[in-house]
Design a protein. Structure first.
Ligand code: UDP
Length: 324
């Protein structure tokens, strides 16, 4: 196997740190760039002594630093972004700037260096599209510009446009992935993510907070499955210029998720319904259903999500119990 050097922007985050683990396990070298805005040094602490690992704490908006790191890399996984509905709604300027400017700089520098790059977009770009499952060629259905949430969808859509423009115009080998709800150990509930939030509430015996009526549905992909797909895609020539959904297509209602977390933790927590107006300050729009159509990535690399929801919940519980 050829040993390569990969740069992971946002590598101290939940998904980035698992990606670093997988690349190092496969024998590669890993450079991480992270400003620790939402990522955590703790996610990488176990790698500090690893000979093939290096972590730089800085922003992707630091062009000189990024240029130096891209110059040392054989390929880039661009994961650095504002993430989490709570953060997006509360800090829209930061969301738009990080997501748009950051990706702009990554693409520009990767293009100058001729370095392949994988851009992580999000299922948020499908917006409130009602026809499920979502296919990559579907229209994007976004709401008005006063609702903070759509700025995130729009910023990610712009990242996609720019990446695909670089492929066409500058022949940059770029790949776009749309990550659906991803879950697993190390994900923090701090920015709104539902599964770690429910697990922490259940373990602490606090009420489990289901927003709305709990009939909204999601599919949770296991971070290990998602990372496996990212590794395969970056090595796949046919993936260049493509957009790929990644996630799981096993659906669950949020109400049912709360019940399962309660049962699997053996918690005495009460499950409470919180109206959206109470959970969010501003006018808030939630998505009712979000299922990925995984045909494209399955046809290209044979991807199938293998980790079932119960297993994912169990691993998150074990992780949170270890943290104490
Ligand atoms: N949610 C909830 N309680 C919480 C946090 C989230 O009921 O404490 C709901 C949220 O309204 C949404 C779903 O769980 O319907 C998934 O939320 P998350 O922020 O994890 O991801 P999203 O799919 O909204 O990006």
């Amino acid at each position: 196997m050829e040993v390569k050097t990969y740069l992971i922007t946002g590598g101290a985050g939940f998904i980035g740190s698992h990606l670093a683990d997988a690349l190092l396990t496969a024998g590669h070298r890993v450079l991480v760039l992270d400003d620790l805005s939402t990522g955590s040094r703790r996610n990488l602490a176990h790698l500090d002594q690893h000979a093939n690992f290096e972590c730089v704490i800085d922003s992707v908006l630091n062009r000189a630093r990024l240029a130096e790191l891209i110059g040392r890399a054989d390929a880039v996984f661009h994961l650095a972004a504002a993430v989490g509905v709570r953060l997006i709604v509360e800090s829209p300027v930061r969301t738009i700037e990080t997501n748009v400017k950051g990706t702009e700089i990554v693409l520009e520098l990767a293009s100058t260096a001729g370095t392949p790059v994988l851009i992580t977009s999000s299922s948020e770009v499908y917006g409130k599209g009602a026809r499920v499952p979502f296919r990559e060629d579907d229209d994007l259905v976004l709401g008005n510009t006063k609702t903070g949430r759509w700025s995130y969808a729009c910023s990610k859509a712009l990242d996609e446009f720019l990446a695909l423009a670089y492929v066409r115009e500058k022949h940059l080998p770029a790949i776009v992935v749309r990550l659906f709800n991803t879950a697993g150990p190390r994900q923090t509930g701090q920015y709104g993510m539902v599964l770690p939030t429910f697990v922490r509430q259940a373990l602490a015996g606090r009420p489990i907070t289901v927003y709305g009526d709990g009939t909204q549905r999601r599919c949770f992909g296991y971070v290990g499955d998602v990372v496996g797909a990212l590794l395969q895609l970056i090595d796949c020539r046919e993936a260049i210029g493509g957009v790929f959904n990644i996630g799981s297509d096993e659906e669950v209602t949020i109400g049912e998720l709360a019940s399962r977390v309660k049962a699997l933790t053996g918690s005495a927590s009460e499950i409470v319904r919180i109206p959206y107006e109470q959970a969010w300050d501003e006018q808030f729009e939630d998505m009712q259903r979000r299922i990925p159509d995984l045909t494209r990535i399955r046809d290209l690399i044979g991807f199938r999500p293998v980790t079932r929801l119960t297993e994912i919940i169990t691993r998150v519980i074990e992780h949170e119990q270890r943290l104490g």
